[in-house]
Design a protein around this ligand. Structure first.
Ligand code: NAD
Length: 250
């Protein structure tokens, strides 16, 4: 399939995990891909591993730095000619019970996921409006509904839902859609960093009885970013094996 031929896709946090899986998928479908990440070493490795026919850029960008984000989006549109898809994927966790979350851990988590997503969407809106076409996909989490020990992460991921719905309203008349993906438990370095016992316990609660693969998320992103999804906007797509539905007695 070459449905992204001629399209330019920018992905934050693109060096590993879900970002890398999506970059691989979009490149396989013919897109020019621009990766941004803070981890320069992993980013360089990622750029080596992604097979691509169209152009591939890999830039060190901290999404919390709005001036750097503005410059990155300008570099992407300047060198690749346009910007069709923005994937706000960069995110971090600093889990703790609410009384033990430090100011730094609060601001760090909201800064990357929520403020970073805002910086990128704001920078992308101009070129997307001028084209009369755009797709913005931002990463929430099944946790956005609330999760023990994750007040900072939950606030960021719930914020992404509000940001997405507002981007959808403001983008609608310009051909820009905005949607969020809320993954459940997906096998990435972020999940691997979780306490093993907690991870096993949570996996046991997934109605499908197994964790997801990064490719499951890439599939959802490839749909939401497509021309075919042009009438879908403002939604939060759960990709979680049923985990967010509710209790599953077995
Ligand atoms: N893996 C899961 O089970 C899961 C579940 C729900 C939501 N998510 C969300 O999906 C997204 C991707 O998760 P993942 O599991 O691939 O995580 P990951 O930790 O494997 O990858 C995240 C990437 O973001 C980059 N990053 C961190 N801070 C950055 C910054 N300031 N600027 C630019 N890049 C930065 C990291 O270097 C890393 O490459 C995140 O937003 C995460 O919250 C993941």
């Amino acid at each position: 399939m070459n449905r992204y031929h001629g399209r330019v896709v920018a992905i934050t946090g693109g060096a590993q995990g879900l970002g890398l899986a999506m970059a691989t998928r979009f490149a396989a479908e013919g897109a020019a891909v621009a990766l941004a990440d803070v981890n320069d070493r992993v980013l360089a490795d990622a750029a080596e591993t992604i097979p691509h026919d169209a152009e591939l850029r890999a830039d060190v960008v901290d999404v919390t730095d709005s001036a750097r984000v503005d410059a990155w989006i300008a570099e992407v549109t300047g060198t690749l000619g346009r910007l069709d898809v923005l994937v706000n994927n960069a995110g971090i966790i600093r889990d703790n019970r609410v009384e033990d979350i430090t100011d730094d851990d609060w601001h760090a988590v909201l800064g990357v996921s929520l403020t970073g997503g805002f910086h990128c969407a704001r920078a992308a809106f101009g070129p997307m409006k001028r084209q009369g076409y755009g797709r913005i996909i931002s990463f929430s989490s099944m946790s956005w509904r609330g999760n023990f020990g994750q007040a900072n992460y939950v606030a960021a991921k719930a914020g992404i839902v509000g940001l997405t719905r507002t981007l959808a309203l403001e983008g609608a008349r310009h051909g820009i859609t905005a949607n969020a993906i809320a993954p459940g438990l997906i096998e990435t370095p972020m999940l691997a960093s979780m306490n093993g016992a907690a991870r096993d316990k949570l996996t046991g609660k997934v109605p499908m009885r197994h964790t997801g693969r990064p490719e499951d998320i890439a599939e959802a992103a490839a749909f939401l970013a497509s021309e075919a999804a042009g009438y879908v906007t403002g939604v939060v797509l759960d990709v979680d094996g049923g985990l967010s539905i509710g209790s599953s007695i077995r």
